[in-house]
Each structure stands twice: as C-alpha cells, then as structure tokens.
Design a protein around this ligand. Structure first.
Ligand code: UTP
Length: 286
C-alpha cells in the first residue's frame, strides 16, 4: 500500500513575480484555499497518511498553514464562529515532515531530498500547481495501477503541440489495455517531440528512482530533471502511464491560474451565480 506523498514546494515561482518574491507560489489561493491544500486533500482522499514537503527559502507560510493555529482558534471560539474553526483545523492530525532543499536545483533534486524518509517504499509525488478536478481522482486510479503492476506510474495528458516544449513528453504503446511508456524526453522542441502526450504533476515512483537521481547531471534549463531519471529507470523496469480522465488546471502560470480561479469559483455555491452574472455583464460590454 502506498502511504507516503512527496510534495516539492521549493521552486522559485518566477512566473508569478513579484507576488512570489517573499511568499510561496503554492500558497496562492484558488477561491478560499491555497493550491497546496487542494494537493493535500487529493492525497488524503487517495489514502495517503504521511506527507513529506520539500521546502526552500520563503516557504514558512506553508508550514504555518498546516500547523495548529491556537490563537486564531481561541478568537474564533470567543466569537462563536465554530464553522470557521472547522475550516482551519482539519489538518491538525496530519503526519508531515519538512525537508529543506537549500538551492532550487530542479524537481529531480527536490525529490532526491525525500530519500531518507521514503526509504524502500513506493511513493506519490504531487506538484500542487497542477490542479486536478476533484471529481476525477487521478491519484486513486494511479495507486490502483501501482497495486496491480508494482512499477512506477506517471500521469499523462495531451497538450496542444505548440506547448510540448514546456513539458516532459512521452511515447507510449498500449499492451492488453495497459498504457506502457516507451520513451521520455524533457521539454523537446516541437519538431523533435515524439508525441503531444505530456507528463503532468502526479507520479507514483518506485524507490529505484533514487539511484538515478543521485547520479544525474543538470539537464534542460540547468536543472536536475526527474524526466531524465525516469528515462534511465525505464531501462531497468517498466513505467506505466495513466491518461487523465478529468480536467487539469495549470495554475503554475498566470493565464492558467486565472482560468483555474474562474472554474473553481463557478463551482462554488457561495459565489457562482453572482460571478457568472458579473462575467456575462463584463463580456457584454467588450
Ligand atoms: P515549476 O518549475 O513548475 O515551479 O516546478 P517553479 O520553478 O517554482 O516555477 P517557475 O517556473 O519559476 O515559475 C514544479 C514544482 O516543483 C517544485 C516547485 O515548487 C513546484 O511545486 N520545485 C521545482 C522544487 O521543489 N524544487 C526545485 O528545485 C524546482
């Protein structure tokens, strides 16, 4: 059974500067919850019990968000706002470790920092800036594939061809209904991409990945790339693909983030109809 999740949150979030100069990208709110909370809730729903955050400079707010807020709770109690207390104390029981990545050397390096905590178990990796529609719980399905195959599983989604150079790209083949990864390449030029099937921010990794991460040299963008380690792992053991069924929102860049907020707000009964009216009115004046 997979019980551990690694959440790398040590990146610089440069696409959101200046907002991310002193506060974490992962704390950007989507309606009333920060991105990282959606990731943790998704993991809890998939049966994860232990969380390993790979953090960096200016990421204290993430630790505080999952900590108990005694003073605030007391004040809310005195004000009789018990419904709000429920909103802030649901993570008190979580088993969380925070590990510091001293320099943001890349996603592969961030994951390598989890090795002493993960040891010999397979684990989940969640990138919180890829928000996945909670109605289609990808992680749960991926864990089922792992339990059946006992090898790594990566989430995949077709992206527009003009965007392939922003992603790890794979080629796959279907074998008796299973999606088997044949090859992977990080951020290829459009002309060199073998498909438009992109790796998105959900992975189940076997501990064999660590020995490849340990020996990697920087790849695309001068960063230690997880995709490069997966390519090496593929020579040793199979990697399975899971093609997302629901929608994925790329909240890691400005336009994607704005779309994410609108989509989630339109599903929130508290604001949806007023927001829709506002949007209609606004569009009619264009
Ligand atoms: P991204 O590349 O999407 O995030 O990494 P970033 O580097 O923070 O953002 P930009 O590109 O500068 O705008 C995906 C995830 O991996 C984490 C990030 O925090 C993000 O959640 N990450 C990335 C690390 O933890 N360490 C790193 O060295 C790099």
């Amino acid at each position: 059974m997979i019980k551990k999740a690694v959440l790398p949150v040590a990146g610089l979030g440069t696409r959101f500067l200046p907002a991310t100069k002193a506060s974490p990208k992962e704390m950007l709110p989507v309606v009333d919850k920060p991105l990282i909370q959606y990731a943790v809730e998704e993991a809890i729903n998939a049966g994860i019990e232990e969380f390993i955050f790979i953090t960096g400079k200016h990421k204290r707010a993430i630790e505080d968000h999952f900590d108990k807020a005694y003073e605030l709770e007391e004040r809310l109690k005195l004000a009789g706002k018990f419904n709000l207390i429920k909103k802030i104390n649901s993570f008190d029981h979580l088993n969380i470790a925070f590990i510091r990545q001293k320099e943001p050397k890349g996603l592969g390096d961030a994951i390598l920092h989890a090795k002493p905590f993960v040891q010999e178990e397979a684990f989940v990796v969640i990138l919180s800036d890829d928000l996945i529609d909670p109605e289609y719980p990808a992680l749960k399905d991926m864990i089922k594939i792992y339990e059946n195959k006992r090898f790594s599983v990566i989430a995949l989604e077709e992206v527009p061809w003009e965007e392939v150079s922003r992603y790890g790209i794979v080629s796959i083949r279907m074998v008796n209904g299973d999606c088997v990864v044949e090859d992977l390449v990080e951020k290829p030029d459009r002309s060199k991409a073998m498909s438009n099937l992109a790796i998105v921010g959900r992975y189940i990794l076997t501990p064999s990945i660590f020995k490849y991460l340990e020996n990697l040299t920087p790849g695309k963008g001068g960063e230690i790339q997880l995709t490069d380690a997966l390519k090496m792992l593929l020579k040793e053991e199979p990697i399975y693909g899971y093609i997302l069924k629901g929608k994925r929102y790329d909240a890691g860049e400005k336009l994607g983030y704005l779309k994410t907020i609108i989509e989630f707000a339109l599903k929130d009964p508290e604001v949806s109809s007023d927001l829709l009216n506002f949007l209609k009115e606004r569009v009619s004046t264009l």
